[in-house]
Design a protein around this ligand. Structure first.
Ligand SMILES: Nc1nc2c(c(=O)[nH]1)N=C([C@H](O)[C@H](O)COP(=O)(O)OP(=O)(O)OP(=O)(O)O)CN2
Length: 161
């Protein structure tokens, strides 16, 4: 892409990485199979920072890829009304039925994957691609990448195909 623009969103949300298993799997060798405290299985929260990068090889008649305003509004409902101040839970999480029963009056965002930064980045990517398709803009504007900062020291990026 000759031109790329990035819009940043912020939201607060809780989650738990129920699949975390630091003592098992091929990558556990990196820590010497030492860690058994899977702390991210606990219910915890993040001040997420979402970086949305879209691009084009040409500028439109207003000399922009797309106005930041439109990118903001394409994701505003999802970020502010769905994710912000919610608890993100995988419907495959063994605790999901308990959440459904006891927290039905609270804001829960249901997803069909373990809500890691990587998987959430792909979720936002797919959502924006679909929005652009619905607006017949998929040829004009490409989603270049989505980066999701989970903590000040950890982020994940999804770039699609
Ligand atoms: N590859 C991934 N690893 C981890 C993810 C993730 O989304 N992708 N998520 C988590 C947890 O949600 C966790 O809250 C963040 O973990 P971590 O970086 O270990 O947090 P710390 O506060 O301990 O970070 P330090 O800066 O190293 O103190 C876990 N892993």
């Amino acid at each position: 892409m000759k031109y790329e623009i990035t819009k940043i969103f912020r939201f607060e949300a809780g989650h738990r990485v129920w699949k975390q298993n630091l003592a098992e799997g091929k990558t556990a060798v990196l820590s010497g199979y030492a860690c058994t405290d899977n702390k991210c299985r606990n219910l915890h929260g993040h001040s997420y920072i979402l970086e949305v990068t879209v691009g084009s090889d040409t500028l439109n008649e207003q000399d922009v890829v797309v106005d930041f305003y439109h990118i903001k509004n394409a994701l505003k409902d999802l970020v502010d009304n769905v994710f912000d101040h919610s608890f993100i839970i995988d419907i495959n999480d063994p605790l999901y039925p308990v959440f459904k029963e006891y927290f039905k009056d609270l804001k829960i965002t249901e997803v069909d994957f373990c809500p890691t930064a990587e998987a959430l980045a792909k979720y936002f990517y797919d959502y924006l691609v679909q929005k652009l398709k619905e607006a017949n803009l998929e040829e004009d504007i490409k989603v270049v990448q989505i980066t999701l900062w989970e903590t000040a020291t950890g982020k994940a990026t999804y770039k699609g195909e």
